[in-house]
Design a protein around this ligand. Structure first.
Ligand code: ASP
Ligand code: MG
Length: 435
C-alpha cells in the first residue's frame, strides 16, 4: 500500500513543472538578475527558465549587423565593444570579481571571429546567426550567477533543441522534432532547474534562427507545450495585464482574468503585453499563462486561460504605432475586388508586411501595415499593377468594449483618416502625434 502511495506522490511531484520567462527589461541590470535569484528561490517546483537578451542588446546587435552588412567592419567592432562593455559591467557588479568576465569572453570572441569572415550575402540568415548571441550571452551569465548563489541549474543551448524551418528572422517551430530534443535535454533528473534562451532555435542544417522580435514569450509557450508544464509565467515590469498601456493612457486598470480568445484579440490588435504567437501552444493544451509583476512577486498579476467567469468588463485600448496607410487603385480600371485583393495580399505576404487594417471602397483598397524595412520592396511591386499612395507615421487605435465616452476621450482633436466599427469594437487610424 505504502509503495503505491509513494508512486502516486512521485507522479504528482513529477507533474509540477513550471515555465518562468524573464524578459530583457527584467535582466537589464545586476539588480534585476538578483531579483531572479529571489523569485527562483521562492519556487519549490521544477522550473524551466526562459530568458531574453539583456536590456536593449538585441537592438545593439542589430546595429552591429547593419555595419557588418555594409562591410564597415570597424564600426561593427566598435558597436560590439559597447555591447561587451555593458555585459562586463553587469558581471562585475554581480560577482564583484573581474575574473568572472571569462564566463562571457569566449562568446564575444566567437562573434569577433564571425565578423572577420567576409560579408554575408543573406541579410536574414546573418541576422539570426549574430543577433541570437544576445540570448546566449544573457543566459550564460545568469546561469553562472545562479550557481554561484547556490542555485544549481543546467544551461541549455536552444539552438540545438528548438528546431525550426528556415524562415530566418520569423522562423516557425517544428513542434515534434523540438519536443524530442527538449524532453531529452530537460528531463529534470539531473537538476530541478533548466535555463534556456528565448527567441532562438535552429533549422535542420543547424543554422541559428530567430522567432521574430519579442519572440521569447513564444519560446516560453512552446516549451510549456512541449514539456507539458503546469503553467507558464511571464514576469514583466507591469502589475499584470492592464486595459491600456500606462505609458500612453491615464487611469489604467488591471484585468485579472482573460480567456485565450481575449488575449489573441488583444495581441493581434497590437497590445504589447504578449507576443501574438504565444497563445496557440498554450491553448492547445489548456496551460494557463500568468503575467506577474517582476518588481512585486507577491502581486497577483493576471491569468490567461480557457474560460473565466469574470469577463473583461472595462474598455480595452490598444495603440499600434508606426503604421503606414496604403491606398491602392488598379491601374487597369478593372476594379474586380477579388482579383485585386488576392494580388495585393500575395505581395504583402511575400514582403512580410504585417497588416493591421483593411478597408475597401468601389474604386480603391486601403490597407494599413506596420512600417518596416521591407516596405519599399512591397511598394515597388505593388506599383506594377496599382496606383499606390501612402501615408506614414500613422497610429491605429483599437477600442474593445467601445462607448461614446472613451471614444471621445481618446480621439478628441485627432485627425482620423479611417474608422471602422462593430458593436463592440472601434478602430481608428489616426495621424501620429509628434513624439
Ligand atoms: N531579445 C529579443 C528581442 O528583443 C527577444 C525578446 O526579447 O523576446 O526582440
Ligand atoms: Mg528583448
Amino acid at each position: 500500500m505504502s509503495y503505491i502511495f509513494n508512486i502516486t506522490i512521485y507522479l504528482l511531484a513529477a507533474l509540477d513543472m513550471k515555465i518562468y520567462k524573464f524578459g530583457g527589461a527584467s535582466v537589464r541590470s545586476a539588480e534585476g538578475i538578483r531579483n531572479i535569484v529571489n523569485i527562483v528561490s521562492a519556487e519549490p517546483d521544477d522550473l524551466f527558465i526562459v530568458i531574453s537578451a539583456m536590456g536593449k542588446v538585441t537592438n545593439a546587435l542589430e546595429s552591429v549587423l547593419e555595419h557588418f552588412m555594409k562591410a564597415d567592419r570597424a564600426s561593427a567592432l566598435k558597436k560590439l565593444e559597447e555591447v561587451e562593455t555593458y555585459h562586463y559591467g553587469i558581471i562585475d557588479e554581480l560577482f564583484g570579481d573581474k575574473a568572472q568576465r571569462s564566463v562571457a569572453a569566449p562568446l564575444f570572441e566567437e562573434i569577433r571571429d564571425y565578423l572577420s569572415t567576409g560579408v554575408g550575402d543573406d541579410y536574414d540568415r546573418c541576422y539570426d546567426r549574430l543577433v541570437s548571441y544576445g540570448e546566449i550571452i544573457s543566459t550564460t551569465i545568469i546561469s553562472a550567477y545562479l550557481k554561484q548563489q547556490g542555485i544549481e541549474n543546467v544551461w541549455l543551448d536552444m539552438r540545438k533543441l528548438i528546431q525550426t524551418d528556415s524562415n530566418f528572422r520569423e522562423a516557425t517551430v517544428r513542434m515534434e522534432e523540438s519536443q524530442k530534443h527538449l524532453r531529452q535535454a530537460a528531463d529534470f533528473s539531473k537538476s530541478r532547474i533548466y535555463i534556456g534562451q528565448g527567441f532562438i532555435g535552429a533549422n535542420h542544417q543547424g543554422d541559428p534562427t530567430t522567432l521574430g522580435r519579442e519572440g521569447s514569450d513564444y519560446t516560453a509557450a512552446v516549451a510549456g507545450n512541449l514539456l507539458d508544464a503546469e503553467s507558464v509565467t511571464i514576469w514583466k515590469d507591469v502589475p499584470g495585464i492592464l486595459n491600456a498601456d500606462p505609458r500612453i493612457f491615464a487611469d489604467t486598470v488591471l484585468i485579472p482574468e482573460l480567456t485565450y480568445l481575449d488575449a489573441v484579440e488583444l495581441a493581434y490588435s497590437g497590445a504589447q503585453i504578449i507576443h501574438p504567437k504565444t497563445i496557440k501552444p498554450l491553448e492547445n493544451k489548456e496551460i494557463p499563462l500568468y503575467v506577474r509583476p517582476f518588481g512585486n512577486p507577491q502581486g497577483r498579476g493576471s491569468v490567461i486561460k480557457a474560460t473565466t467567469d469574470r469577463p473583461v468588463n472595462t474598455p480595452v485600448l490598444i495603440l499600434r504605432k508606426n503604421q503606414v496607410l496604403l491606398t491602392l487603385r488598379p491601374r487597369d480600371f478593372s476594379f474586380v475586388m477579388e482579383e485585386s485583393l488576392s494580388k495585393i495580399f500575395n505581395i504583402i505576404n511575400k514582403h512580410r508586411l504585417k497588416v493591421s487594417l483593411i478597408q475597401s471602397s468601389a474604386i480603391s483598397i486601403s490597407v494599413s501595415v506596420d512600417n518596416s524595412r521591407y516596405l519599399p520592396g512591397a511598394l515597388d511591386e505593388l506599383g506594377n499593377e496599382f496606383k499606390v499612395s501612402y501615408n506614414t507615421g500613422m497610429e491605429l487605435l483599437t477600442i474593445r468594449g467601445i462607448n461614446p465616452e472613451v471614444e471621445q476621450k481618446t480621439t478628441e482633436g485627432r485627425e482620423i483618416l479611417l474608422a471602422q466599427r462593430t458593436r463592440r469594437i472601434g478602430r481608428f487610424l489616426m495621424k501620429g502625434l509628434p513624439e
